[in-house]
Design a protein around this ligand. Structure first.
Ligand code: NBP
Length: 625
C-alpha cells in the first residue's frame, strides 16, 4: 500500500510523512523529487507548472508507486491538489491510502512565515488554496495539533482502513445483515449501494446507524469500493435477482482483475447463474452463485449457505462463508460446496419450493383448527407438536404468530388472506416439469398462493355458495398431527427427488445428505426431520427406500384420509394435503388408469403403446376405427 500525504505547501507533508515512515518502517518519498528535468528547469526559473507539465511527472509517480507497492509499500508526500491529479495516481491497481492534511490559510501562512528561507509568498499560498479540491474520501487530519497527535490519529485511521476482506453490494435487508454478520466476526467489510434519487443516503445512514462497528467502510463510488478490498477481491452482490445482477456485474467488471471473485447471494435463477459463470470465466473472474437462506435474522446471525460454481472459486471464499454461516449440531458450518455452474442456486430454489409447501401445510392445519378453536388454543396444540419429532423453525414461528396481539387483538386475524410470492416456488415447479420430476406438493402450494391472490373473485363467488349451518365437529387432533407428519415426509421426499434428478441430468454429483446437513440450521426449513434426513439420505438414495420410514407412511395413510374427509365435510381447501395423499396413493398403486391415456394417444395420434403381455415392451399401434 502507498500512503499519500497531500495538502498545500506548508501543511507539514514532509515532516509528518518522514515520522510516519519511521513508525511504520516504510520508505519515505517526496513527489517533487521525481519531476522530469524540464519541469525542474521551469521551477528553478520560477515558471509555474501547468497541468500538461505535470502529466509526465504524475505518470512517473504511477510507475514508482507500482514498484513501491510490490516492495511492501511506501509513504509519499505529494500536494495532489486537484482531483484530476489524484485520479491519475489512482489509475494504478496499487492500493492507496489518501491522507489529507488540512489547515486554515492563516495557520499555514503563519507557519511558513516562521520558517527560515521559505520561498512561498502569500499570493502563491493563496493560489494553492484556490485550486485545492478537497477529497471526499481518505483520512482527513487537522494539522492544528502536535505532530505526535497527528501521527497517532493517522495510525488509528490507517488501522481501521486496512483493506477489507469482503465487499458487499446492495444494502437491502439481506446485504445489511450479512455485512453486520461479517463485521461482528471481526472481518473488515466494505459496503456499497447505488445512489439513485432518494437512495443517496443508504450507505451513510447504514454506517451511522452501526457506528459501533469500526470495521465497516461505506462507499458510494464503485471504483473506490473495489480499491478498498484486498486482492483477490471478493464481492458479494445482494441485489434483486434478474437484470439488476447483470447491471451490477457490468458496472463492476471494469474495476476487477483476473482471479477476483463475485458471489451472487440473491435468489437468482440457476440457468442465469450458469450463464454468468461461463461469461465471467472468459474474463478470468470467478463467479459463485450462492443460495442464502434464513431471511434477515439468518443473514445477521448465521445463514445456511449453498455456494455453486467451480470448486476452485469456492475455495477462495470458503473461509469467510464458513465463518459467517450457521453451525450444525456438531459445530460444523452450514455451508458446503454444492456443485458446478448453477447448482447452488438450483438447490436454494428447491429449498424455497419445499419451504412453500411446508408453509402451506401449516396454513392448512390452521384452516382446519380455526373452525373449532381460538388462536391461543391452536398455539397450544402446535406447541405440543413442537415438543415432538415435528419440531421445526416454521412451526415455532407459527406458534408465535398465533399468539401475537396488538391492542388486545390478534395480528393474524387482521392480516389479509392474500399470499405474496417472489417466484422461487414457481421456478422449482418449472424445473420439476423440465426434469420430469413429480413435485405436486410444492406446486400445489404455489397454486394455493395464486388462488389466494384472487381475493375479489373469491369474495364474489363465495356469496353464491350456500353457507352450511351444520354444527362443527371438533377435528381429531391425533389424525391431523399424523397427517401433517405424513405430508411433510412426502414433501421432503419430492424435494430431494428433484435435486437428485437434476444432479443426474446436469452431472452435478450432488450429495443429498450433505445438503440436508447444511439445512439443519440457519435456514427456514430447518427441523428435527431435516436432522433425521441427514442420516436417511446418507444410507438411502430416496426416502422411500428407508423401510422403517415407508412403513410409518403406510400407518399414517388412515390419518390423512380422516383429515381429508373432515375437510370435504366443511369445504376446507387442503391443496397440499390432498397432493401428498394423491401422490402416495398413486405411488403405491400398481395399476393406474394410464392404459386409457395410452389408448387415447394412440387413437388420435398414433403414438403407440406397450402391452402388459409383452415382456419385451415393444411398441404397438391399433387401427381404432
Ligand atoms: P431488498 O429489496 O431489501 O434490497 C434490494 C437491494 O437491491 C437494494 O440494495 C437495492 O438498492 C438493490 N437494487 C435493486 Br432493488 N435494483 C437494483 C439495480 N438495478 N442495481 C443495483 N442495485 C439494485 O432485497 P433483499 O431482501 O435484501 O434481497 C436481496 C436478494 O436476496 C434477493 O435476490 C432476494 O431474493 C434474496 N433473498 C432475500 C431473503 C429475504 O428474506 N429478504 C432471503 C434469502 C434471499 P436500492 O436501495 O437503491 O433500492
Amino acid at each position: 500500500m502507498v500512503i499519500i500525504l497531500m495538502g498545500v505547501s506548508g501543511c507539514g507533508k514532509t515532516t509528518i510523512g518522514k515520522q510516519l515512515a519511521l513508525e511504520l518502517g516504510l520508505p519515505f518519498f517526496d513527489a517533487d523529487d521525481f519531476h522530469p528535468k524540464v519541469n525542474i528547469e521551469k521551477m528553478k526559473n520560477n515558471v509555474p507548472l501547468n497541468d500538461s507539465d505535470r502529466l509526465p511527472w504524475l505518470n512517473i509517480l504511477v510507475e514508482k508507486m507500482i514498484h513501491w507497492d510490490k516492495m511492501g509499500g511506501a509513504i509519499l508526500a505529494c500536494s495532489a491538489l486537484k482531483e484530476s491529479y489524484r485520479t491519475i495516481l489512482s489509475s494504478t491497481q496499487t492500493s492507496i491510502s489518501w491522507v489529507f492534511l488540512s489547515g486554515t490559510f492563516e495557520l499555514i501562512s503563519n507557519r511558513l512565515k516562521a520558517r527560515k528561507n521559505h520561498y512561498m509568498t502569500t499570493d502563491l499560498l493563496q493560489s494553492q488554496f484556490e485550486i485545492l479540491e478537497v477529497p471526499k474520501y481518505g483520512i482527513h487530519v487537522n494539522i492544528d495539533n502536535s505532530i505526535d497527535e497527528i501521527i497517532k490519529h493517522i495510525n488509528l485511521k490507517l488501522k481501521l482502513m486496512k483493506q477489507s476482506v469482503f465487499g458487499v453490494i446492495g444494502l437491502g435487508v439481506m446485504g445489511k445483515s450479512l455485512s453486520l454478520n461479517m463485521a461482528e466476526k471481526g472481518l473488515n467489510v466494505s459496503v456499497y449501494n447505488r445512489s439513485e434519487e432518494g437512495e443517496e443516503k443508504v450507505v451513510s445512514n447504514f454506517i451511522n446507524e452501526n457506528d459501533t462497528f469500526k470495521n465497516i467502510l461505506g462507499f458510494n463510488d464503485l471504483k473506490q469500493f473495489v480499491r478498498s478490498l484486498e486482492k483477490p477481491s471478493k464481492i458479494v452482490i445482494m441485489v434483486k435477482a434478474g437484470e439488476a445482477i447483470d447491471g451490477v456485474i457490468d458496472q463492476l467488471t471494469p474495476y476487477l482483475t483476473i482471479g477476483d471473485v463475485i458471489i451472487d447471494g440473491g435468489n437468482s435463477y440457476y440457468e442465469d447463474t450458469a450463464n454468468r459463470v461461463g461469461y465471467l470465466k472468459s474474463k478470468g473472474i470467478h463467479f459463485v452463485g450462492c443460495g442464502i437462506s434464513g431471511g434477515e435474522e439468518g443473514a445477521r446471525k448465521g445463514p445456511s449457505m449453498m455456494p455453486g460454481g467451480s470448486l476452485d472459486s469456492y475455495q477462495k471464499i470458503a473461509p469467510v462463508l464458513e465463518l459467517i454461516s450457521a453451525k450444525d449440531k456438531n459445530d460444523q458450518p452450514c455451508c458446503s460446496y454444492i456443485g458446478p455452474d448453477g447448482a447452488g442456486h438450483f438447490v436454494k430454489m428447491v429449498h424455497n419450493g419445499m419451504e412453500y409447501a411446508e408453509m402451506q401445510l401449516l396454513a392448512e392445519v390452521y384452516a382446519i383448527l380455526k373452525l373449532s378453536f381460538a388462536n391461543e388454543k391452536i398455539a397450544d396444540i402446535l406447541s405440543d407438536w413442537h415438543s415432538t419429532d415435528l419440531s421445526s423453525y416454521l412451526l415455532e414461528i407459527t406458534i408465535n404468530i398465533l399468539q401475537k396481539k396488538e391492542k388486545n387483538t390478534y395480528v393474524l386475524d387482521s392480516i389479509l388472506d392474500v399470499a405474496g410470492n417472489k417466484g422461487t416456488g414457481s421456478w422449482s415447479s418449472k424445473a420439476a416439469f423440465d426434469l420430469g420430476s413429480v413435485n405436486t406438493i410444492m406446486s400445489s402450494a404455489v397454486f394455493a398462493r395464486y388462488i389466494s391472490s384472487l381475493k375479489q373473485k373469491r369474495k364474489s363467488y363465495s356469496s353464491l355458495i350456500k353457507q352450511s349451518n351444520k354444527e362443527i365437529d371438533v377435528p381429531h387432533i391425533k389424525d391431523l398431527e399424523n397427517a401433517y407428519r405424513f405430508a411433510r415426509i412426502l414433501n421432503h421426499h419430492q424435494g430431494f427427488e428433484l435435486i437428485r434428478l437434476a444432479s443426474i441430468e446436469y452431472n452435478w454429483n450432488l450429495n443429498l445428505s450433505e445438503i440436508a446437513r447444511i439445512w439443519t440450521n440457519g435456514c427456514i426449513i430447518r427441523s428435527n426431520f431435516m436432522e433425521q434426513s441427514v442420516e436417511i439420505l446418507k444410507e438411502h438414495e430416496t426416502y422411500f427406500e428407508d423401510t422403517v420410514l415407508f412403513k410409518s407412511l403406510i400407518i399414517k395413510e388412515s390419518n390423512i384420509k380422516e383429515c381429508i374427509s373432515y375437510a370435504l365435510k366443511y369445504r376446507i381447501p387442503l391443496d397440499t394435503f390432498w397432493s401428498a395423499y394423491n401422490y402416495w396413493v398413486s405411488m403405491t398403486t400398481e395399476n393406474l388408469s394410464a392404459n386409457l391415456i395410452q389408448a387415447q394417444r394412440d387413437y388420435f395420434g398414433a403414438h403407440t403403446y406397450q402391452r402388459k403381455d409383452d415382456s419385451l415392451l415393444k411398441f404397438y399401434h391399433t387401427n381404432w376405427i
